[in-house]
Design a protein around this ligand. Structure first.
Ligand code: MF3
Ligand code: CO
Ligand code: CO
Length: 297
């Protein structure tokens, strides 16, 4: 098997164009990123959010299907970019706080926010593809970590554990429960494998605004007093490391690298708290997702 070499930041291609007919979020043309109040829906806004989330799930499936040894993350970005546009959606990350691409691609020890570039994927790599679609005034956010060719068993185990941890966290959501219930479900599950969880990045409220309140911790923060409210939309997106959970930023000002260079994985769904439980929104119209769905296996 090929020895895994450290991920090095590569060359980023010119900005991809979006047809004028596709509505942009306000921040793309210098407008506001917020306000970041919790996103609580009525039937009309929930229908719009559902559409954005369905598109995100579909784009993620198309992008992941392009993953293969020798393919660059820039090519995956091109595939995703075309998939958003084919659905009349704007790629929320393109121009968000200066981010230059339509997805994030985080390879191996990259924890999150990797920028698609000219690095060819190698057999044995893992790559998280993070898709956010803006459509009908709403953002839908979903990600999955994909295996490139044959991957070491220990790394594949990290990826599958992270996927299940995401679903286990989602299954703990119900109206009136503390937001902490998500972390309280994820932490003991992940601990038994000796993995660690990133505490500096978490999920977020999402809807009209890309990153809204509340901040969704995936590590237990006893001082977090927030409650899950009916018709609130949030993401669940734990980043889980096989080694240490400390990290440092690359010279591009985005890419976050695990300090020990060991692999890290992430999955993400956008969900809505219902009047009795939770519903996953980032699914295709026939209920599929690379993240998987509830009920738990
Ligand atoms: N999609 C990421 C999230 O899950 C955010 C990416 S912001 C970017 O919240 F600017 F890095 F693209
Ligand atoms: Co997110
Ligand atoms: Co995301």
């Amino acid at each position: 098997m090929l020895e895994r070499t450290p991920v090095i930041i590569g060359a980023v291609s010119p900005r991809r164009a979006v047809p004028d007919s596709i509505v942009r979020p306000p921040y793309v043309s210098g407008g506001r990123i917020g306000p970041g109040a919790a996103q609580i829906h009525d039937p009309e806004s929930l229908a719009a959010l559902r559409e954005a989330c369905r598109i995100a799930a579909e784009v993620l499936i198309e992008a992941a299907a392009a993953v293969a040894p020798g393919v660059t993350t820039d090519h995956i970005d091109a595939v995703a970019h075309a998939a958003y546009i084919a659905r009349g959606a704007y790629p929320s990350t393109l121009g968000y706080r200066g981010f230059p691409k339509s997805i994030c691609t985080s390879v191996n020890e990259v924890i999150c926010h990797g920028i698609p570039d000219d690095r060819p994927l190698q057999a044995g790599d893992i790559v998280n593809i993070d898709v956010t679609a803006y459509r009908s005034g709403m953002h839908g956010d979903t990600s999955a970590t994909v295996l490139v060719g044959d991957v070491e068993a220990s790394t594949a185990k990290l990826v599958e554990t992270t996927r299940l941890a995401t679903l286990i966290g989602i299954a703990a959501i119900a109206p009136g429960r503390p937001l902490r219930a998500i972390a309280e479900a994820i932490v003991p599950y992940v601990d038994q494998f000796g993995y660690d969880i990133i505490s500096e990045y978490g999920g977020h409220g999402i809807g009209r605004v890309f990153h809204a309140s509340p901040h969704v911790n995936h590590t237990i923060e006893p001082r977090d007093r927030a409650l899950l409210k009916p018709w609130m939309s949030i993401t669940v997106e734990p980043m889980i490391t096989s080694g240490v959970s400390t990290f440092h930023q690359g010279h591009d000002g985005w890419t976050e690298f695990a300090d020990d260079g060991l692999p890290s994985a992430q999955f993400e769904h956008t969900v809505v708290v219902t009047d009795s439980g939770v519903e996953i929104l980032t699914l295709t119209s026939d209920g599929r997702s690379l993240v998987g769905t509830l009920p738990l296996p």
